[in-house]
Design a binder for this molecule. Structure first.
Ligand SMILES: [Zn+2]
Length: 299
């Protein structure tokens, strides 16, 4: 229990640091109830108590696991992130996440059209075509090593994971959003997001597929469907992705806070420590952060 509380405390401090809050003392953390959205009593009861033990060391900040050195193939010519302004919270349309792994992105809280990650690599350079299906999917290099290990372990277990989508630029998201609204207007809000409001712009998010999905759903060329959770690939990812640092962004009942329905195929890299914490606590990233952090930007 002490270890759990310590990890939780370390994460809270780490997250506050990442959002630009000062860390004068742990006791200055805001009381949990004032940040609590309504309708989350069940989730909150799984959180450790908000009282801070002053004697608890605050040294265990979530550290990023060093990634194996890989030779990236930069395909992005994104502009460098500007230095943060003195104001910690600004309009979401100007929000630049500085490549941290925990940036909140929802249908409410978006990103600047100028944000693009700096360390994108092309997955076709690292994974076989039976995984990428030849799509020119990009991912931030920070997540590449864990992804390659996870894919290898899945294949060694007899699975056939597909990677259907990764980084999407603001401009590409605008095209995707327009396409889904034209082709499937009633499902567009499920299948896509307004530009600036997709975790895919972070470059740490992937959509997985399974060769079993078409048969389960009964539609030959279907790529995304809730029934992904019934495929062997979906089952394995739900149970194991956290061990590689990936977390399910939109589990069931995530719509109230994220604006997105259940997406059993959509995983985001947050590092092994955070992903494991979320898996064991039963929380999802946005839920955990909105309960414990100030509003990330002004919609
Ligand atoms: Zn996705």
């Amino acid at each position: 229990m002490r270890k759990f509380v310590t990890i939780w405390l370390g994460m809270m401090v780490g997250l506050l640091l990442l959002t630009g809050c000062g860390m004068e003392t742990a006791a200055s953390l805001p009381p949990l109830p004032t940040l609590m959205p309504t309708g989350l009593a069940t989730a909150v009861s799984t959180l450790p108590p908000p009282s801070i033990d002053a004697a608890t060391p605050v040294a265990q900040l979530p550290t990023q696991t060093p990634e194996p050195t890989l030779t990236p193939t930069p395909t992005s010519t994104a502009t460098p992130s500007p230095t943060p302004t003195a104001t910690p919270i600004g309009p979401c349309t100007e929000r630049m996440p500085n490549d941290d792994l925990f940036t909140i992105v929802t249908q409410t809280y978006g990103l600047s059209r100028n944000y693009a990650p700096q360390d994108l690599v092309l997955l076709t350079d690292y994974l076989p075509v039976e995984v990428t299906l030849g799509y020119p999917t990009e991912l931030r290099e920070v997540a590449l090593g864990p992804l390659m290990q996870m894919i290898a372990d899945m294949q060694n277990s007899g699975l056939q994971p597909w990677i259907l989508s990764g980084y999407r630029s603001y401009a590409a998201q605008a095209i995707s959003w327009e396409k889904w609204n034209r082709e499937e207007p009633e499902r567009a809000a499920i299948l896509s997001a307004r530009p600036g409001h997709s975790e895919h712009q972070l470059g740490t998010t992937l959509d997985f597929g399974s060769p079993e999905l078409a048969e389960i759903v009964g539609i030959a060329d279907i790529e995304f469907h809730t029934y992904f959770y019934q495929t062997n690939e979906g089952i394995w990812l739900a149970e194991n992705a956290h061990r590689y640092g990936f977390t399910l962004s939109y589990p069931r009942a995530s719509q109230e806070l994220t604006g997105f329905f259940y997406e059993p195929w959509h995983f985001r890299y947050v590092g092994e420590e955070m992903a494991t914490f979320l898996h064991e606590s039963g929380l999802y990233l946005t839920e955990y952060q909105l309960l414990n952090q100030p509003e990330p930007c002004i919609p």
